[in-house]
Design a protein around this ligand. Structure first.
Ligand code: ZN
Ligand code: ZN
Length: 440
């Protein structure tokens, strides 16, 4: 016999998380004023299943696996949860009895939400965290149900002072339920949702570039798992997307602060890691990108000088984590520079090969400049990049273009720059002049 335990209540919300067993005790749920139930489980609920009688019910049929698309349900689950919570009363002033009518069903005023899956660990927690992310981004001027539409008076809703991040929302949920652990694919989808600014509607979500890229990359992975090259329609050519959106997708500090970030070597362990944003294209390889690249790099064909890629199209990678730490790291262990798919590769990729050569798109040149493999390339540093579009560093030139807010000393050669950065870890020369009062 299992001991009846109350579902875990998220601090500050009438929002509960539990496993499937919670449904076996509908009286207990009603006692907690729960009126709405979200079932995140791939299970066929009977419409008139007794345990759910009297509850508003949202069913999300989903398995707890890495590649389940739980993200696509966030707008629906958020709306459902929000609707339920809108009517909720402060829990301390609620008498459970008065919420239950004579026939055992619940009046719609007192709202608490139970989100359950099988164990209350991954799926249900993901749905709850998505709601917390979305909710913490809404303004406090929520229209009151009975309010005059012309009055903009803010409702008395206590919102967190700052938008929650995935990590802070996860911490909050673990306060009431320490075992919460969304699977890694769900965490990635939560981070994408956060990076998108938590779209409210299905339409906003599905039209968002990050979402579309991710869906494309799922299609690509689907094709690859069947040993097919992906269809052209599912390939996102980065250079064909407009620049404004591109900025929105780039981790901020790589833009204006790129040089300083590089100078400081990104080694601050507690600071927000700007490389943390999940790249939806990288589905198989290590999710954490390597050191950010300078923002002003151009890759050119060594033979004909054609521009092949700018910094934004370069895909950072890093060697595998379990390398022998005593091994001397050479300055640049990578023989290749990896790119996102770019439109000049279209002709090559449209031939449908799973792998092959990349040649310079200049017709008279046609130099053999690298290779691609949809199922991944291994760099000489040991890191995998999937899919891999690698240009051989011996066949291309990496050029730093000056002009865009060049820092003093930025026109020096690579070796000098490298040296400059080494000393800049303590105090970048550019800052030494401007801020001589030791602000660093
Ligand atoms: Zn060329
Ligand atoms: Zn490498």
């Amino acid at each position: 016999m299992d001991i009846p335990t109350l579902p875990s209540k998220v601090p500050g919300y009438d929002l509960y998380i539990d496993g499937f067993h919670a449904l076996r005790r509908p009286k207990l749920l009603q006692g907690s004023n729960i009126t709405h139930v979200v079932s995140v489980i791939d299970w066929k609920f009977q419409n008139v299943w007794a345990a759910l009688r009297g509850f508003q019910h949202l069913h999300i049929p989903l398995d707890d696996v890495y590649d389940s698309n739980i993200l696509s349900y966030f707008p629906r689950s958020n709306a459902f949860i929000h609707d339920g919570l809108k009517h909720s009363r402060p829990s301390q002033s609620t008498n459970p009895q008065e919420a239950v009518t004579k026939d055992g069903s619940l009046t719609p005023i007192a709202g608490g939400i139970l989100v359950h899956c099988a164990m209350g660990v991954s799926r249900s927690a993901t749905i709850v965290i998505a709601y917390l992310l979305w909710h913490s981004r809404q303004t406090t001027t929520i229209r009151q149900p009975s309010g005059d539409p012309s009055s903009e008076s803010p409702e008395m809703v206590s919102l967190p002072p700052t938008p929650l991040s995935v990590d802070s929302a996860l911490r909050l949920v673990r306060e009431c339920r320490p075992q919460v652990e969304p699977n890694s694919g769900f965490i990635k989808q939560l981070r994408m949702y956060e990076a998108m600014g938590c779209p409210t509607t299905q339409q906003e979500l599905e039209s968002h570039k990050i979402y579309r890229r991710w869906m494309n990359s799922r299609e690509v992975m689907d094709a690859l798992s069947n040993n097919h090259a992906p269809e052209m329609a599912h390939i996102s050519f980065r250079d064909e997307e407009d620049e404004e959106d591109e900025d929105a997708f780039q981790p901020r500090p790589l833009d204006s602060l790129a040089d300083k970030v590089e100078a400081l070597d990104l080694s601050n362990p507690e600071g927000d890691d700007p490389t943390e944003i999940t790249n939806p294209d990288i589905t198989l390889s290590s999710p954490a990108p390597a050191t950010p690249l300078p923002a002003n790099l151009e890759i050119k064909c060594r033979k004909c000088r054609r521009l092949l890629a700018k910094s934004a199209f370069i895909l950072p990678h890093k060697p595998p984590p379990h390398r022998d730490p005593s091994a001397k790291q050479s300055d640049d262990p990578c023989a290749h520079v990896f790119l996102h798919p770019l439109s000049w590769m279209r002709t090559t990729l449209s031939q449908g090969g799973l792998d092959g050569r990349l040649t310079c798109p200049t017709q008279w040149c046609g130099a053999n400049i690298g290779k691609f493999a949809w199922q991944g390339l291994r760099c000489s540093c040991g890191g995998w990049v999937t899919p891999g579009f690698g240009l051989a560093k011996g066949k291309v030139d990496e050029v730093r273009v000056s002009g865009k807010k060049a820092e003093p000393g930025s026109e020096e050669g690579n070796a000098n720059r490298r040296q400059g950065y080494a000393s800049a870890v303590r105090l970048p020369p550019s800052m030494k002049k401007g801020a001589s009062n030791g602000n660093l």
